[in-house]
Write a new protein. Structure first.
Length: 221
């Protein structure tokens, strides 16, 4: 299923969400200016390497954050930014800009650390906003369970648009990540995707959304 839009509309312009998208795009455009050798050095310098993280956290902690703004190709970037565009504005409205930014970054941190915990000896650098965005998806599922996600769904050889309840869409998304993560742990997958980062970010989002959501105030008469 490919999400096209959600049915929840926000009244406030999602400034932080838009800025996150812009920063990710600008970082990727910078990557495109680098030659192959320079790009490889750049990714190893600013992507997060689980083995380095587990061996020397003090020397690698900055890469936990910088890695969230790097991407491995156009599809990687555009798919991540599309999900962030669809789901991030409502979560920002739920939390407020500053809290949303902190929540987004901490979701990415949780994602990185779960991936590093599962594969602590990996020397492959991790890059991408997927883990942080997974936290946004988890927060969206809890905050807007009655929302519907208009999705492009293939039925045999024909694509059709179906409105899927957000809970169903996001639970299916999470289960697909969990299945892929378990499959990869058996050595049966070499896709290069950090599945456990997605899982870690999503779980963080589900568990922590209420700590970051704006408190509702009431007046009595």
């Amino acid at each position: 299923m490919i999400p096209l839009y959600d049915t929840v509309r926000t009244r406030k312009f999602p400034l932080v969400n838009v800025l996150l998208i812009v920063v990710n795009v600008l970082a990727f455009l910078y990557e495109l200016q680098l030659g192959p050798d320079a790009l490889e050095r750049f990714i190893f310098a600013w992507g997060v390497v689980p083995a380095d993280l587990t061996n020397d956290l003090s020397g690698a902690w900055m890469t936990v954050f910088t890695s969230m703004f790097l991407h491995g190709g156009w599809f990687h970037l555009l798919s991540n930014m599309w999900f962030l565009h669809i789901f991030g504005d409502n979560v920002e409205a739920r939390m407020g800009g500053v809290r949303y930014l902190i929540f987004y970054l901490l979701s990415g941190v949780a994602a990185v650390f779960l991936q590093a915990y599962v594969l602590p000896a990996s020397s492959v650098p991790m890059i991408g906003a997927s883990g942080a965005i997974a936290g946004v998806l988890g927060a969206y599922m809890i905050s807007f369970p009655r929302s519907r996600i208009a999705s492009l769904v293939p039925i045999i050889f024909i694509f059709t648009i179906i409105e899927v309840p957000a809970v169903i869409f996001l639970v299916l998304w999470f289960l697909s990540q969990l299945y892929s993560g378990l499959f990869a742990m058996q050595g049966a997958s070499a896709s290069g995707i950090a599945w456990w980062a997605h899982i870690g970010g999503f779980i963080f989002g589900v568990l922590m959304v209420f700590f970051f959501a704006k408190r509702t105030t009431y007046r009595t008469y």
